[in-house]
Design a protein around this ligand. Structure first.
Ligand SMILES: *[C@@H]1O[C@H](CO)[C@@H](O)[C@H](O)[C@H]1NC(C)=O
Ligand SMILES: *[C@@H]1O[C@H](CO)[C@@H](O)[C@H](O)[C@H]1NC(C)=O
Ligand SMILES: *[C@@H]1O[C@H](CO)[C@@H](O)[C@H](O)[C@H]1NC(C)=O
Ligand SMILES: *[C@@H]1O[C@H](CO)[C@@H](O)[C@H](O)[C@H]1NC(C)=O
Ligand SMILES: *[C@@H]1O[C@H](CO)[C@@H](O)[C@H](O)[C@H]1NC(C)=O
Ligand SMILES: CC(=O)N[C@H]1CO[C@H](CO)[C@@H](O)[C@@H]1O
Length: 551
């Protein structure tokens, strides 16, 4: 009998340990403190406070993030390159601070930049492709110049869906030949969404404080929602596209990622502005704010605010139907906070916008099947011209045209076409649409999504904003993308596979103040962001079935 006691005790200890483990949050990547400071989930304000008290330097801060990158990035693949000059820059900003000069809230704060945004430093700007490796950019992108001026430290280049998704009909979101497969920080077997996958998941996984990405259609909002963070996709023209590897000037915009609205608003404040090199930015005159953080609000800001739900074809055709219970409970919480939420505030032109049906891919295009009424016509037509223009301005480059890139990919198929092809690059390079078809499509898309769409619904139902599921690739991200209007996303829960999802807001052109005010009040009401769990962290599945993506 006696000899059984040790086994019994061992079993008891095991049982207690197991029970305990089930109740504590398990992560394969616990984050140590940074010189006594809890860096995990730390906001810009918290970091600034620590630095201003003299308890943390920028050099120490970036060192802690680089350590974190070394342990997590080999699994997550969210970062392609880190900045080889990072300590030099951090030391210089520390010196400034020591001399009493603090440039602003981003002084000494590291930021990750999507790999399609030009940095005139020792880092490469390649949209994830080997075809552009070694090119020399003429200058920093306008947004980068502004961020550096504000004291932000460019920590590195974020991985992305190569060519921001405009390369194939089916592909793997977050995959690029140079960076490999960006993984979802909640469940690494799962779609990270894209195309700004690396910047979004790096912020969520605490590899960096804040980040910037770009969107043509869903590429800021979709990865932000699946990374469980705040994403702000600004109105086209609020942030300059100069120095951004382009897709389509009618829809391209540079957006901000943060774990909180305040963090994302700091980034937007620093990087927006008029740029003579991007004519679209003149439209912000009289509409932009010098400080977007002043709109960040508490729950109480929802009191008496009218918000609409565009149910028809937007919520209705959402791919997040499994998340309806959590989304509906979120709506109930917002109502309890005093918001007046009206259902069925449908866009009058919703049937003409005819957003891509679930299961859509590039071949179906959209519109009524007519090229002259399709978003794809606009994007494909502009892509070739915009990209060739960008490539022509490079100081030196192995490729100068879209045709060169198509050829490069075929010549290096074992690397560049390892998992999927490039039919969309080929198609757009063949210029299938006449200028007349393009102009008709452009006018159609503008009219149905703006005057007959978002603006009409806001006016008709007297609502300040429209509440939508932050879907991966569906009308909820497509419609504001087509309109060139802003959208924000806020964490709304965790799905059945352990992955985060969000709820979003639409508004009219340059309504960022309203969207930030209401979005942050929703953030304060719901408080549903959860730290990433890194489930199945040794996942190696490629391609990840995104079915349909965003660009
Ligand atoms: C940029 O690419 C070159 C190859 O052309 C490589 O040698 C260099 O290390 C890259 N820069 C960084 C910061 O990784
Ligand atoms: C801006 O507009 C002017 C005149 O309309 C034009 O000459 C110039 O090329 C445009 N610049 C850009 C960057 O589009
Ligand atoms: C909105 O109305 C539709 C019917 O048009 C209904 O199916 C849906 O459940 C309603 N949504 C909410 C959030 O009440
Ligand atoms: C597209 O072309 C069809 C004829 O092929 C025409 O009926 C329709 O009005 C055109 N749409 C636009 C937006 O011009
Ligand atoms: C992660 O997602 C996969 C589907 O991609 C699912 O089979 C798996 O159960 C999830 N992992 C966990 C731990 O929930
Ligand atoms: C910074 C970093 O981890 N870079 C990696 C990006 O992905 C490539 C390919 O998987 C790696 O070789 C780099 O080390």
């Amino acid at each position: 009998m006696q000899s059984l006691w040790p086994a019994f005790l061992l079993a008891l200890v095991c049982l207690i340990t197991l029970t305990h483990a089930a109740h504590s949050v398990h992560t394969p990547f616990p984050m140590p403190t940074c010189h006594g400071f809890k860096l995990e989930e730390a906001s810009v304000d918290a970091i600034q406070k620590q630095m201003s008290k003299g308890k943390l330097t920028s050099r120490q801060l970036v060192q802690c993030y680089l350590d974190r990158i070394n342990s997590v990035n080999p699994y997550l693949h969210a970062i392609i390159e880190t900045n080889p000059d990072i300590y030099l820059i951090a030391d210089q900003l520390d010196k400034e601070r020591a001399h009493g000069k603090v440039r602003g809230p981003l002084h000494g704060i590291p930021i990750l930049v999507k790999d399609n945004i030009a940095t005139d430093d020792r880092m490469n700007t390649t949209a994830g492709s080997y075809a552009l490796l070694g090119n020399v950019v003429p200058r920093d992108a306008h947004v980068i110049a502004l961020l550096r001026k504000a004291g932000a430290i460019i920590l590195g280049k974020g991985n992305m869906s190569e060519w921001a998704d405009i390369r194939a009909n089916s592909y793997s979101e977050g995959w690029s030949a140079r960076g490999g497969q960006t993984r979802n920080s909640y469940n690494l077997t799962q779609d990270p969404a894209g195309s700004s996958s690396g910047p979004a998941h790096a912020v969520s996984a605490n590899l960096v404080t804040v980040a910037i990405g770009t969107e043509t259609d869903g590429s800021v909002i979709a990865p932000a929602q699946r990374a469980g963070i705040i994403g702000i996709k600004p109105t086209v023209g609020l942030t300059s596209r100069d120095g951004v590897i382009p897709e389509a000037h009618s829809q391209d915009t540079v957006g901000a990622f943060g774990k909180t609205f305040m963090d994302a608003a700091y980034v937007l404040t620093a990087m927006h502005g008029i740029d003579p090199r991007d004519n679209a930015t003149y439209a912000q005159q009289g509409h932009a704010s010098p400080d977007y953080t002043k709109f960040v609000s508490k729950k109480s800001a929802l009191k008496g605010v009218r918000i609409g739900i565009p149910w028809k074809r937007v919520w209705e055709s959402s791919t997040t139907v499994n998340q309806y219970p959590q989304l509906f409970s979120a709506i109930a919480e917002l109502r309890k906070a005093g918001a007046i939420i009206l259902n069925n505030t449908d866009l009058p032109d919703i049937d003409q916008i005819t957003p891509n049906p679930p299961g859509w891919n590039w071949q179906f295009k959209n519109g009524l099947g007519l090229d002259n009424e399709s978003e794809f016509t606009v994007v494909c037509y502009e892509f070739k011209q915009n990209l060739n223009q960008y490539l022509s301005e490079l100081v030196s480059s192995p490729v100068r045209t879209l045709a060169d890139i198509v050829k490069y990919n075929d010549d290096h198929a074992s690397v560049e076409e390892k998992y999927f092809g490039q039919e969309v690059l080929v198609q757009c390079n063949e210029s299938p649409y006449s200028e007349e078809t393009y102009l008709q499509a452009k006018a159609y898309v503008d009219r149905t999504t703006r005057a007959g769409g978002i603006d009409a619904a806001l006016k008709k139902y007297k609502v300040q904003a429209l509440l939508v599921p932050s879907d991966n690739f569906s009308p909820s991200t497509e419609i504001p993308a087509m309109a060139g209007y802003p959208m924000v996303t806020i964490p709304a829960g965790i799905d059945g596979w352990g992955v985060a999802f969000g709820i979003g807001l639409w508004g009219t052109a340059f309504s960022e103040p309203t969207l930030i005010k209401l979005g942050s009040a929703i953030e304060d009401t719901l408080r549903r962001r959860q730290v990433p769990t890194f489930l199945d962290h040794t996942a190696t599945n490629i391609p990840i079935n995104s079915e349909i993506g965003s660009y």
